[in-house]
Design a protein around this ligand. Structure first.
Ligand code: C5P
Length: 396
């Protein structure tokens, strides 16, 4: 999923070529909520109707409406998570630099507290003019983010630098820039989720009721926070579709052990939320077992404790485990925290009706390796994932 998903983007269009319409379309496709304002002259290049149809919001360009009302630039500025001025003409650029405030776009720009991007668009000689260069420099110095013009054929027929960056380049630029400001940018987070299935014969297995929901929510939240995420999942119907998450599907505890160890060395954070089967059948029958006798015994052997094995080799990784307990919860969780060499453990109690397998909610207590305790209210697993990653962020 694009980092622009669900973000409120205010596009301010000044009097340049019509491709602002493609930019609106691209931003909407990335999942953003887009509002458009224009300078009065911009309407000569692209109609407000086109932009309002694409953005599904009214488009405004005047300070004052025709009913004695006014278009509130402060409201626009406060609404936006990000503002982008594209195309940004030499005229708008120079007014932004000197603080002139004689149209809706400029007044909104001066009121904006969010990050402001600007994509210049003009003829090549205007773009090279020392005054334009000074203005651009001034705007960058003031904290605005320049999306440089590109080279190519210009509206005048001349060929050179000055063409507004292609809409898809603008979107990629913004995505990368926003991602680089996210708190987990540059970090690799590995999450395990779901149950493991331990084969008895080709058609039967030992498993458990874990849905994988909690781990998937943690993986998605880590991705939203800018991390590079690998999700090692046992059999699960959950999906991380639309997120740039590398998903590795595994079946058994031993498969999960292999995958987790492969991912571990260069990981910064590892969250082991999978419900790993503690035992597996000693032998897997190669043919379906027939029901011959009244009784049947399956001999089980212990699976490797993946988390404990990671705790033994951990260097700088932040290692997080889960504990699902039915009684004496805190005490058992603290023992696991120490035994597995964790940085913190997330405790769910089966005594809480909001916690447990297949549920959409969870109620957790986080126990730190210094044995301090933080108890959270029952909430959706998506919100629990936020709480867990907040603790991760504090610890990083
Ligand atoms: O010891 P217990 O199974 O209660 O510990 C739970 C934690 O250990 C969870 O984080 C779980 O993912 C992990 N675990 C594991 N390998 C196992 C069993 C549990 O990594 N074989």
């Amino acid at each position: 999923m694009s980092v622009l998903h669900s973000k409120k983007i205010l596009l301010a269009v000044s009097a340049g070529i019509y491709i602002a319409a493609f930019l609106v379309r691209g931003l909407i496709k990335a999942g953003a909520d887009v509002k458009v304002i224009m300078t009065p002259d911009a309407q000569h290049f692209v109609t407000p109707l086109t932009l309002s149809t694409l953005s599904k919001h009214p488009v405004e360009w005047e300070f004052f409406g025709d009913k004695g009302d006014w278009n509130n630039h402060v409201e626009y500025a406060l609404w936006a998570d990000y503002m982008i001025i594209a195309p940004c003409t030499a005229n708008t650029l120079s007014h932004m630099a000197d603080g002139t405030c004689d149209n809706l776009v400029l007044a909104t720009y001066l009121s904006a507290k969010c990050p402001v991007y600007f994509a210049p668009a003009m003829d090549l000689d205007m773009y090279q003019h020392p005054t334009t260069k000074e203005n651009i420099q001034q705007l960058v110095q003031n904290g605005n983010i320049l999306i440089p013009a590109e080279s190519g054929e210009l509206a005048s027929g001349l060929v050179g630098e000055g063409r507004m960056a292609e809409p898809e380049h603008i979107i990629t630029f913004m995505e990368q820039h926003i991602a680089s400001t996210l708190p987990l940018y540059g970090k690799k987070v590995v999450v395990s989720a779901g149950p493991t299935y331990e084969n008895i014969d080709p058609v039967r297995f030992i498993g458990n009721y874990s849905s994988g929901k909690m781990g998937f929510e943690i993986a998605k939240e880590a991705s939203r926070l800018g991390a590079k995420v690998t999700l090692v999942s046992g059999p699960s119907h959950e999906s991380c579709h639309g997120y740039p998450i590398e998903r590795i599907n595994v079946i058994s505890a031993r498969d999960m052990y292999e995958a987790m160890h492969q991912q571990f060395t260069d990981a910064d954070v590892v969250v082991m939320s999978a419900a790993v089967a503690d035992y597996r059948p000693k032998e897997m029958a190669t043919q379906k077992i027939k029901k011959n006798d009244e009784d049947m015994t399956i001999e089980l052997v212990k699976n490797p404790d993946i988390l404990k094995s990671l705790g033994e080799i951990k260097t700088n990784q932040l290692l997080v485990g889960f504990a699902l307990e039915t009684n004496n919860e805190e005490e058992f969780a603290k023992q696991k925290l120490a035994k597995k060499n964790l940085d913190f453990i997330v405790l769910n109690s089966m005594q809480d009706k909001e916690a447990g397998f297949q549920k959409n909610t969870n109620k957790i207590t986080i126990i730190d390796k210094d044995l301090s305790l933080e108890t959270f209210d029952a909430k959706s697993k998506a919100d629990v994932a936020k709480d867990i990653l907040n603790v991760v962020l504090k610890k990083l």
